[in-house]
Write a protein that binds this ligand. Structure first.
Ligand SMILES: *Cc1c(COP(=O)(O)O)cnc(C)c1O
Length: 826
C-alpha cells in the first residue's frame, strides 16, 4: 500500500483564495487555453470544473456519512427528470456565491455571465419530471439518504422550432459538449436480459424457473451530484445508459454474422436514445416497454447490490430500503423484485411477496385513462416471459384473496384483475403497482379523493389504509432564491433568510402588506423583471411589448384539457371588442404562451398554429393601437420559466375541473407574486385555501358540475347559437380571418368545439370572460393589487417541496434524516 495513500482523504476544500488558481488550472490544462484564446464556453467549462471539485469533496463525505450510519434509504424511481441548468443552482446551494464572486474578482471574471453556456438537462416532458427534480433538491436539503434513478437519454425532450406557425421538432443534443455534472461509473455496470424462454425444473419436489434470455444489454451508470442547500450533503442521481454487450452476444461475431451482430448492437443502444415526448399517450409502444424494463432492471439490481453490502438477510430489506415509483412507468419493478427474490435468491413465494409488497410506494399522477398504462401480453411474451408468469401467479393469488372478501361478486374480480381480457389481452400496470405497494398516493387533495372515489374505488374499498395524499410542492431554492434574486433579497432583508429552508416563514411578510416603502420596492422588482421579460420576448419572437404591460401568462405543455384554446378565444373576443371601438383604458395587455405539443398530437399542434396566426394578425393591426399583444415563445423549458415567472402578473391555470391532478406551475407563479386566474382544479383549490378567496380569481364549473354536464346531454352548438360572444369568435375563425391563404385549416378545431367540446370551453366561456373583466378592474388599483400579490407570496409556504418530502419521509417511507456528528471539542 502506498504510504501516502491516506492523504487522499484530507480535504482540499476550495478556499476563496484558491478559486482563481483552480479556474486557471482548468482553463489551461483541461481546455488547453489561455486568456487570449479562451472562448466563453471554455470559461464556463473551467468555472464548472472548479465548482465540481468543491462538490466532490462533500460528495465523498456524504457517502462516508451514509455508509457509517447504514440508514434506511429512499430510492426514487422516475423515468423523467427535468433538472434545468445546474451551474447557478449548485453554486447557490453550496453557499459559494460570494466566495466565487470575490475569488474571481482579480481575474475580472463574473461567473453569472457564463451560466447560459450550460446545455440544460431536459430529460422530461413537463410537471412530472420537474417534480422529480424538485424532490431531489428537497431530499438532499433535508439530509435524507436518497438516491434518484433515471435514464440517461441521449436526446431529451425535443427542441421546438416554429416554422410558418407550425411546431417543428428538432433533436435536443444536450450531450454535444462535455457534461461536467456527470461521472461515468463503469464499475457498477449491470446486465439486462430480454427475450428467450423459461425452463421449469424441480428440486426436492419444488418447482423452479430458469429464464434463458435471448440477448443482453448492459446498463452503464452515470452519476450526477444533487447538492443540498447549505448542509454539505450531496446526494446522487444515477442515470442509466444502454450499451450492447459484446461479451454476452459474442456468438454472432464468432459465427460470422458480423452485420447481424452490429445491427443488434445499434438496436440495443436505441434503448436510451430518446425520451418519449409524451407523458399522456404512448407511441413506439414496444420500445417504450423495453425502455421501462431496462430502467427498472438496472435500478433494482443496484439497490440489491447496496443492500447486500449491509445485510445478507432479505427479511431486512423493507427496513433498509423503500422504493418510490413516480407514476406507473417503473411499475414492472414489482415483478422484477419478485423474480430476483424467488428465482435468484431462492426465497419462497410467500416471503418474497411479503418483502416486495412492503418495499414499494406508488404515486399516481393523472386520471386521464390513456395514461394508466396497460401493456399487451404479447410484449411480455416476446421480451419478459418470466415476468409474465410471475404476474399471472400474483394475479391468481390476489383474485383468490379478493373473492374471499367479496364472495360471489365476479364482476369485482374482472374489474380488479391485473389482466384485462378484452378487446386485447393486456396487463394493467397501475394494478400491479397498487398491489405491490404499501402506499398509493395522489398529488393534491382533490386528486387523491378522485382516485379513491372514481379511478380505483374497488382497490380503495379493499385496502383503504393504503391510500393517502401528498400535495405536490416546488423547491424555493430554484423557484424564488435563484429565479427571482431581487425579491429573495428583499424578503431576506425583512424577515431573515430562514424562509429558504422553512417556507412557512414567509407568513411574516404579512405585516408589511400596508407598508408603503415595502410595496414600492416589491413593485419595483416586478417592473425590473418585466423589463427582462420584454427583452426575452423581443429576442425570441421579434415582438416589441411595453415594459409596463400586464403580463398574462400560460406556459405549460399544450393539451386540450389545459385549455390554451379557451385562452386564445378570449383574446380573439377582446380583439373583436377593440375593433368595435369599445373604450380601452389602462395598460397594454400581453398574452404570453409557451409550451410543447406531443409530436403526434394533432389538435395540440393546431392550437399552437391558431395562437401564432392570431398573434400575427393582432400584433400587426394598427387599428388596435398596441392595446393587446399576443406572443408565443418557442421551446419552453426550465430556464425560460425562470425568466417568465418572476415577471408575470396573471397566471393562467384554467384546466377543465377534474383534469389537472395538481399542477406545479400554478405554485411557482403565486410564490413570485402573480395572481392566479384558475378553475377549482388540482392544487388551485389548496392555493385558494391558503392565499384566501380575495387573493385569487376563480371561475367556471367545479368538478361536480362538470360531471353533471357530462351526464346531461351537453350541446355546445346550442351555446354557440345562444351566446353572441361565442358565435362572433367562432365565426371569425371560420371566416378564415386568421387563416387567409390557408383556408379551412382551423375547421377541425371549430368542428370539435361545436360538435363535442369535450373540455367544456363554451360552458365556462362567459364565466372566464367575466373573471378577466374583474381582474382588469382590480389591476387598475395599484395599491390593492400589490397587497394581493404580497399576500400570495406570504401565504405560499405550504407549497414548498420540503413540506411534501417531509410528509413522504414520515408517512410513507419511515426514513429519517442523517446528520454528521458534531466534531468533538478537543
Ligand atoms: C413547472 C413546469 C411544468 C409544469 O407546469 P404545469 O403548469 O403544472 O403543467 C412544465 N414544464 C416546465 C419546464 C416547468 O418548469
Amino acid at each position: 500500500m502506498n504510504p501516502n495513500w491516506d492523504n487522499i482523504d484530507s480535504q482540499v476544500t476550495i478556499q476563496q483564495e484558491s478559486i482563481a488558481s483552480f479556474f486557471v488550472h482548468y482553463l489551461k490544462f483541461f481546455s488547453g487555453k489561455d486568456r487570449h484564446s479562451a472562448s466563453e464556453l471554455d470559461i464556463y467549462n473551467a468555472l464548472a470544473y472548479t465548482i465540481r471539485d468543491h462538490i466532490i469533496e462533500k460528495w465523498l463525505e456524504t457517502k462516508k456519512l451514509y455508509n457509517n450510519n447504514e440508514p434506511k434509504r429512499v430510492y426514487y424511481l422516475s423515468m423523467e427528470y427535468l433538472l434545468g441548468r445546474l451551474f447557478t443552482n449548485n453554486i447557490i446551494n453550496l453557499g459559494a456565491d460570494e466566495q466565487f464572486k470575490k475569488g474571481l474578482k482579480k481575474l475580472g471574471v463574473n461567473w453569472e455571465d457564463f451560466s447560459t453556456w450550460e446545455r440544460e438537462s431536459a430529460l422530461g416532458n413537463g410537471g412530472l419530471g420537474r417534480l422529480a427534480a424538485c424532490f431531489l433538491d428537497s431530499m438532499a436539503t433535508l439530509n435524507l439518504p436518497a438516491v434518484g434513478y433515471g435514464l440517461r437519454y441521449e436526446y431529451g425532450i425535443f427542441r421546438q422550432d416554429i416554422c410558418q406557425g407550425y411546431q417543428v421538432e428538432e433533436p435536443d443534443e444536450w450531450l454535444k459538449f462535455d457534461n461536467i455534472w456527470e461521472m461515468k461509473r463503469v464499475e457498477h455496470t449491470v446486465p439486462v436480459h430480454f427475450g428467450g424462454e423459461v425452463e421449469v425444473y424441480h428440486i426436492d419436489g419444488v418447482e423452479k424457473h430458469n429464464w434463458c434470455p435471448s440477448y443482453t444489454v448492459l446498463g452503464i451508470p452515470y452519476d450526477m451530484p444533487v447538492v443540498g442547500y447549505g448542509n454539505n450533503i450531496i446526494n446522487t442521481l444515477r442515470l442509466w445508459s444502454a450499451k450492447v454487450s459484446e461479451e454476452f452476444n459474442l456468438q454472432d461475431f464468432n459465427q460470422g454474422n458480423y452485420i447481424d451482430a452490429v445491427s443488434e448492437k445499434v438496436e440495443g443502444e436505441t434503448l436510451t436514445k430518446v425520451l418519449y415526448p409524451d407523458d399522456r399517450t404512448e407511441s413506439g409502444r414496444e420500445l417504450r416497454f423495453r425502455q421501462q424494463y431496462f430502467f427498472v432492471c438496472c435500478s433494482i439490481q443496484d439497490i440489491i447490490r447496496k443492500f447486500k453490502k449491509e445485510s445478507n438477510d432479505f427479511r431486512d430489506f423493507p427496513k433498509k430500503a423503500v422504493i418510490q415509483l413516480n407514476d406507473t412507468h417503473p411499475s414492472i419493478s414489482v415483478s422484477e423484485l419478485m423474480r430476483i427474490l424467488v428465482d435468484e435468491e431462492d426465497i419462497n413465494w410467500d416471503l418474497a411477496w411479503e418483502i416486495t409488497s412492503k418495499s414499494f410506494g406508488y404515486t399516481n399522477h393523472t386520471i386521464l385513462p390513456e395514461a394508466l398504462e396497460k401493456w399487451p401480453v404479447e410484449f411480455f411474451q416476446r421480451h419478459l416471459p418470466r415476468h409474465l408468469q410471475i404476474i399471472y401467479e400474483l394475479n391468481q393469488r390476489f383474485l383468490q384473496k379478493i373473492s374471499v372478501m367479496h364472495p360471489g361478486d365476479n364482476d369485482i374480480l374482472r374489474r380488479m384483475s391485473l389482466v384485462e381480457e378484452y378487446p386485447q389481452k393486456k396487463i394493467r400496470m397501475a394494478h400491479l403497482a397498487i398491489i405491490g405497494s404499501t402506499s398509493v398516493n395522489g398529488v393534491s387533495e382533490i386528486h387523491s379523493e378522485i382516485l379513491k372515489s372514481q379511478v380505483m374505488p374497488d382497490f380503495y374499498k379493499s385496502f383503504p389504509n393504503r391510500f393517502n395524499n401528498k400535495t405536490n410542492g416546488i423547491t424555493p431554492r430554484r423557484w424564488l432564491l435563484q429565479a427571482n434574486p431581487d425579491l429573495a433579497d428583499l424578503i431576506t432583508q425583512k424577515i431573515g433568510k430562514d424562509w429558504v429552508c422553512d417556507l412557512s416563514k414567509l407568513k411574516q411578510l404579512e405585516k408589511y402588506v400596508d407598508d408603503k416603502a415595502f410595496s414600492k420596492q416589491f413593485r419595483k422588482i416586478k417592473a425590473t423583471n418585466k423589463e427582462k421579460l420584454a427583452q426575452l420576448i423581443k429576442e425570441k419572437t421579434g415582438v416589441v411589448v411595453k415594459n409596463d404591460a400586464i403580463f398574462d401568462v400560460q406556459i405549460k405543455r399544450i393539451h386540450e384539457y389545459k385549455r390554451q384554446l379557451m385562452n386564445i378565444l378570449h383574446v380573439i373576443h377582446l380583439y373583436c371588442e377593440l375593433r368595435e371601438n369599445k373604450d380601452h383604458k389602462g395598460p397594454q395587455r400581453v398574452f404570453l404562451f409557451a409550451g410543447k405539443a406531443a409530436p403526434g398530437y394533432y389538435m395540440a399542434k393546431m392550437i399552437i398554429k391558431l395562437i401564432l396566426n392570431v398573434a400575427k394578425v393582432i400584433n400587426n393591426d394598427e387599428l388596435i393601437n398596441d392595446k393587446i399583444k399576443v406572443v408565443f415563445i418557442p421551446n419552453y423549458k426550465v430556464s425560460m420559466a425562470e425568466v417568465i415567472i418572476p415577471a408575470t402578473d396573471i397566471s393562467e391555470q384554467i384546466s377543465t375541473a377534474g383534469k389537472e391532478a395538481s399542477g406545479t406551475g400554478n405554485m411557482k407563479f403565486a410564490l413570485n407574486g402573480a395572481l392566479t386566474i384558475g378553475t377549482l382544479d388540482g392544487a388551485n383549490i389548496e392555493i385558494m385555501n391558503e392565499v384566501g378567496k380575495d387573493n385569487i380569481f376563480t371561475f367556471g364549473l367545479d368538478i361536480d358540475e362538470i360531471k353533471t354536464k357530462r351526464q346531461s346531454n351537453y350541446q355546445p352548438n346550442e351555446l354557440y347559437e345562444q351566446n353572441p360572444k361565442i358565435k362572433k369568435v367562432v365565426d371569425l375563425i371560420q371566416s378564415n380571418f386568421f387563416s387567409f391563404n390557408e383556408s379551412g385549416i382551423f375547421d377541425p378545431i371549430c368542428n370539435s368545439l361545436l360538435s363535442e367540446d369535450q373540455y367544456f370551453i363554451f360552458a365556462d366561456f362567459d364565466s372566464y370572460l367575466d373573471c378577466h373583466e374583474k381582474i382588469l378592474q382590480e389591476y387598475r388599483n395599484e395599491k390593492t393589487w400589490t397587497k394581493k400579490a404580497i399576500l400570495n407570496v406570504a401565504r405560499m409556504g405550504k407549497f414548498s417541496s420540503d413540506r411534501t418530502i417531509k410528509e413522504y419521509a414520515e408517512d410513507i417511507w419511515k426514513v429519517s434524516p442523517v446528520f454528521p456528528k458534531k466534531a468533538k471539542k478537543s
